[in-house]
Structures are given as C-alpha cells and as structure tokens.
Design a protein around this ligand. Structure first.
Ligand code: RNT
Ligand code: ZN
Length: 418
C-alpha cells in the first residue's frame, strides 16, 4: 500500500466512525462540473481587433506570459485542466471570438466565430458557457449599454444579446452539455443620479427584447448578474440585486450571484437557499472581494467553504451552476486557475464529508452545543488524506506537485511570449 492509500484508509475509518461515507462523498463531487472562466488567462482582454472605452472592470498586475491569442489561451487552459481533478467546463466571453483577423462588430459576433472553440471543447469532452461582452467598447463609453438613453446604442447591444443567445444554444446543442449565458452589464452612474427609474425601465425593456425568442427547446439557460457597485458606478448600478431578482422571478431566468457584488459584509452563501425558493436554478460567480469587488483568486476560506456547504447540504448541485470569476494579473495565470479551481473542488469535497444529517438533526433538537461541537471538530478531520486520494484517482498531481509542472510550463512556454 502506498502512503497515500494508507493515509486514505485511515482517514476513511475516521469518517466512517462518525457516519460519513467517503466513497459516496467522492462520487458526488466527481459529478459536479465547475465552469472555469477563460478570462483569467489574459486579464479579460479578449482577442478583438479594436477595443476601447471604459471597462467597468479592471485586472491589475503585469506578470509575464499572458495569452495573446486563442491558441495560447487554449494551451494554458489545457495545462490548468491537467492539474485539476475531474471534468469541468469552460466559460467564454464574446471577446474571445475567432474572427480570423477580421474586425467584427459585437452585434455581428455569431456562432461561426466559435467553431474553433466548439471543436476544441469536443476534443476535450467538456461543455462551454458563454457571456455577451457589454464592456470595453466605444459604444459603452458613457458606462451605459442596454440602459442607455440612446435608442441606437441600446439597439446595438440588444442585437449583441440576441446573437449571444444563439451562440449559447449552439454550444449547448452541439456539445450536449447545458450552456449558461450570463448577462452582466456595467451600466450605472459614478455620481448620484436624478432619475433612478428610467434607466431600469430601459434595461427591462432591452432584456425583454433580447429574451423574446423562445429557446426552451435548446440546451441553454439565461442568467442575469446583479451588482451593488462597480468602478465608475459607485453611486448607482442599473442592474441591482432587487432589479434582477424581480426580473429572474418574473421571466423564469437564472439569477447570477457573484461573491463580490454585495456589501462587503454580505456573503452569497445565505442567498442560495433564499433565492432557490423562488427560482428553479441559479448561477454562482465564485470570486473573492478584498475590501471591494476586486476579483481576487479564491482562497479556501470560510466564505468559500460556506458556499460549497450550502450547495451540498441543500442537495442543490443540480440547481446551482458553479462558475468562477476572478482575475489576477500579478501571478502566474495558470497557477491562478489551478489554485482557485482546486480550492472550489476542495470546498465541495469538505462539505460532502460533513455528517450533514446528524448536524441537521441536532439543530432540530435545539441542541446548539452539539451543533457547534460538530462544526468545529470537523475542521480537524483528516481531509487532506481524502483530497490526496481524490487527486490521485483522477490522475492529477497530489499535494504541491502540480506547481513544478506550472514552473516548467512558465519556463518553456510562458516566458517565451512577447
Ligand atoms: C463584473 C462581473 C462579470 C465579469 C465577467 C468578466 O463585475 O462580475 O461577471 O467579471 O463577466
Ligand atoms: Zn461575475
């Protein structure tokens, strides 16, 4: 027996003694696909021929080796996947369209520009998710798109939204894995608005036009992402939480909860059960806010563990799509994906290894002492032995061994980029 197998066997006994079936926990987590976001690989730049205008979003740092075309990005993503246990998904943005060097307006970006990505995903055996890109563009220069007072600007972005749904349906139907399209717009005001109602009315009307076509026969979903504040929209964001919660409920859409989009003391773990009483499904953007919506790489902290716990304890993995959303340009970008995605999976596995039924029972018995005892004692259970075995079973490096591969990749590939 190897050291990993021995440690696993011992740990399994410890978990069995408190009524936790380790094999079942592993099986459960194996079936959860995380949607890894492509944009950590190039600091949310994309491969458009021309860009400009305010972003409403900001990656900081200048670490070497950022991907500058789709071949590089795919190679980096493949490297990351090879170090992450399990089969996952990739989340794309419209700015990652492959236009063959041609300048294609956002409202003309369509399924044909994603054939390369779909072929690649087929080869990898993974699903794709999608996002229209309503930022970093001259037509978004006043920080308004779908809520802009100008009909012309709204129509431009509405067309982008409509075509994006077609791209998403193409992903879902071709790959046979449900594809989620997430709508996030930066629309808002830096300073205090005089009229808070009309921009919201305009946004609602634009969304209605984008979602007008019934795509329920397609393997796709529409999600809408709310936000409290952003860069340049400190005083007012059109697509606030209440706005999209109402919209998602009325129009049967998914609500997207991003961990960095609420008040700094507010976390999204508590919102999962509440929203799912009124919505069939939701999308998560797992991120880490440091003082503001800073999109730091997710750590295995209490916030992350609580998000995973809510999904697992509520048996909600079939109603919650888990997407990642962070971008840090100050560290090796492949390492950023590996650390963040492995952390998400670790958090899910930790949750699946909790004696949840017992914990729920003591809570019902109003036995808060035992509840607290269990919550705290679980923190020192031999989780790492289970995690190591999980990595080993999935043929990915155990412990820190993945880091050597990232360093070698940096040396041989990333450091050679211009
Ligand atoms: C921005 C939103 C949005 C983006 C991505 C790139 O605040 O979180 O989800 O991060 O679409
Ligand atoms: Zn997000």
């Amino acid at each position: 027996m190897s050291k990993i197998e021995q440690a696993f066997a011992d740990a399994k006994d410890r978990y069995a003694a408190i009524g936790v079936d380790v094999d079942r926990a592993i099986e459960r987590v194996k079936n959860i696909a995380i949607s890894m976001h492509c944009w950590q690989g190039d600091d949310v730049t994309g491969f458009e021929e021309t860009q400009g205008g305010d972003a409403g979003i900001l990656a900081t740092g200048s670490y070497i080796g950022k991907a500058t075309n789709s071949a590089e990005l795919r190679s980096d993503i493949e490297k990351a996947y090879s170090l992450i246990p399990g089969k996952h998904k990739l989340n794309l943005h419209a700015i990652y369209a492959e236009t063959g060097g041609e300048k294609v307006e956002r409202n003309q970006v369509s399924a044909k520009h994603f054939e390369g990505w779909v072929d690649w995903a087929k080869g990898m055996g993974i699903g794709l998710d999608y996002n229209p890109t309503y930022f970093a563009h001259p037509m978004a220069s006043t920080n308004m798109t779908l809520a802009d007072p100008s009909q012309e600007i709204r129509d431009y972005w509405i067309e982008h939204g409509i075509k994006s749904r077609e791209v998403t349906a193409y992903f879902g139907d071709t790959l046979g894995v449900t594809s989620v399209m997430n709508t996030w717009i930066a629309d808002g005001f830096k300073d205090v608005p005089v009229d808070r109602m009309e921009p919201r009315r305009r946004l609602k009307d634009s969304l209605d036009k984008i979602f007008a076509k019934d795509l329920s026969g397609s393997n796709m979903r529409d999600a809408v992402e709310c936000k409290l504040f952003g860069i340049g929209t400190e005083s007012y964001v059109v697509g606030s939480h209440e706005f999209y919660m109402g919209y998602a409920q009325e129009k049967k859409k998914l609500l997207c909860l991003d961990a960095g989009h609420f008040h700094p003391t507010e976390s999204i773990d508590d919102k999962i059960s509440a929203t799912l009483l009124y919505l069939d499904e939701i999308l998560l953007h797992v991120s880490r806010a440091v003082r503001w919506d800073s999109d730091h790489i997710i750590k295995l902290n209490d916030d992350l563990k609580s998000i995973a716990y809510e999904v697992i304890a509520g048996n909600l993995e079939n109603r919650v799509y888990i997407g990642l959303d962070f971008f840090d340009a100050s560290v090796n970008r492949v390492a950023a994906w590996v650390i963040g995605t492995r952390n998400m999976i670790k958090a899910l596995l930790m949750a699946a290894l909790m004696p949840i039924e017992q914990m729920k029972r003591v809570e019902l018995e109003v036995n808060f002492t035992e509840r607290l005892m269990l919550q705290e004692e679980m923190k020192s259970m031999p989780f790492s032995a289970i995690w190591d075995m999980y990595c080993s079973m999935n043929n990915v490096p155990v412990g820190m061994d993945w880091f050597g591969e990232v360093k070698a990749y940096e040396e041989s590939v990333l450091s050679k980029r211009g």
